[in-house]
Design a protein around this ligand. Structure first.
Ligand code: BMA
Length: 400
């Protein structure tokens, strides 16, 4: 011990050579200490997402999303590059790009049916194509978010099979159902760890687990389980992915549907240690001046509450899904959506998918395609200083 101390303090006796060596050791130690200091400063406790072992790129994304709140909100679109109204899998194509010349900044994808080993997801998107889309979007500097309409592991039916209300209980109490559920998580973990950038680094993903969890249409939501059951499932799922499967490229989003009060929003909140991003989904159903005014007022109120909670809890607020199906209002973007969001600081707003038009009465699309009646207004919306698209965020280098 004594000798060691003498060496480190440069007191090595006798000789010059020894002195040089000691200086080197000292310099090395100072270097290491400085490195540690700057590193720990950069990744100080407050600047880490809930996964303390998150990859470098995930940590950068997390911090940049926070910083960017002062610049504007990113526009996102589900399945943007996979298909649009009247087309499917045309390389490089996107309805948003057809209209504005630019891609969205956030790209939503969906994992439903991955748990069943299907080659294509619930909306017929092949998983191998999805991985390529995710890779390309990430390399362009875009942000990836993923939802998962997973089947009911107790009944084997779809996510929309709420009965019986014992599914979450069975996941914990029945070894067979537990095994089904963890088997599904293993597949999701394999999917996330297969997402790699050009340098082999894992691609960060915002995972919207158990989205719309205050509504009663999914087996994990609303009346179909108790708040404590959902919280337990959320904690188990995240811990399993992170600690058992060692997945460290995820930011976790807590995601309700539209909500009436702060208490309702937080009723199923699983804990500050599990959530990076807080958001909600909201759709406009009624049009006209009255419908628009109500939608703007609801957005304004809900976003105010969301921002307050985000500030208190040091989380990132986002509009995790929105839409007005069929976009019947030609100035909806600047006259309604922008008015609802523009006074708020949120990270992003994700428009739902452009599944297409089957007939006059059967259609599903939430962003304009070229020629759609709200396309010109969307270009004006694109030009607003608050809205950020691909070109804006590429400049920001969100992963550095
Ligand atoms: C719903 C609808 C469905 C779709 C599902 C999963 O909101 O868009 O058509 O299958 O999401 O993405």
């Amino acid at each position: 011990m004594k000798n060691l101390f003498a060496n480190f303090t440069g007191l090595c006796i006798p000789g010059f050579k020894c002195q040089i060596m000691n200086n080197r050791i000292l310099k090395g130690l100072i270097f290491l200490w400085l490195g540690f200091f700057t590193g720990s400063h950069l990744f100080a406790q407050d600047n880490l997402p809930v996964d303390k072992l998150a990859t470098k790129e995930t940590i950068h994304l997390y911090n940049n999303l926070k910083k960017q709140l002062n610049k504007g909100y990113m526009f996102g679109h589900q399945d943007d590059v996979a298909y649009g109204v009247g087309w499917k899998y045309i390389p490089g194509r996107s309805d948003i790009k057809d209209v504005t010349g630019d891609y969205p900044a956030v790209y939503g994808f969906e994992l439903g049916r991955l748990e069943l080993d299907h080659d294509v997801n619930i909306d017929s998107v092949p998983f191998d194509k999805m991985k390529q889309f995710i890779h390309d979007a990430y390399e362009r500097g875009g942000v990836i978010t993923v939802s998962w309409h997973l089947n009911n592991p107790l009944t084997g039916k779809t996510a929309w099979d709420p009965s019986p209300t014992t599914t979450i209980g069975a996941i914990f109490d029945s070894p067979a159902v537990h095994a089904v559920y963890t088997g599904w998580l293993d597949k999701v973990a394999a999917f996330f760890s297969s997402l790699k950038g050009d340098k082999g680094e894992p691609i960060p993903v915002i995972f919207r687990m158990f989205h719309e969890l205050n509504g009663s249409w999914f087996w994990w939501g609303g009346k179909n389980c108790t708040p404590d059951e959902l919280k337990r499932l959320y904690r188990f799922t995240e811990t399993y992915l992170r600690d058992t499967k060692h997945i460290h490229n995820l930011l976790y989003a807590y995601n309700t549907d539209r909500y009436g009060s702060r208490d309702e929003y937080l009723e199923r909140y699983p804990g500050d240690d599990l959530v990076d991003i807080i958001g909600f989904d909201i759709y406009q159903r009624a049009g006209g001046a009255d419908g628009n005014a109500k939608f703007i007022a609801e957005m304004d109120k809900s976003l105010t509450t969301l921002e307050d909670i985000a500030k208190e809890k040091n989380k990132i607020p986002a509009l995790t899904e929105f839409g007005y199906n069929g976009l019947p209002d030609s100035i909806w973007w600047t006259n309604v959506l922008a008015k609802g969001i523009n006074t708020h600081k949120i990270s992003y707003a994700l428009g739902w998918r452009n599944a297409g038009i089957k007939s006059e009465k059967r259609f599903e699309y939430y962003v304009p395609y070229k020629g759609q009646s709200s396309a010109d207004d969307f270009i004006a919306f694109y030009g607003l200083p608050q809205t950020l698209f691909q070109k804006d965020v590429t400049k920001e280098k969100l992963y550095k």
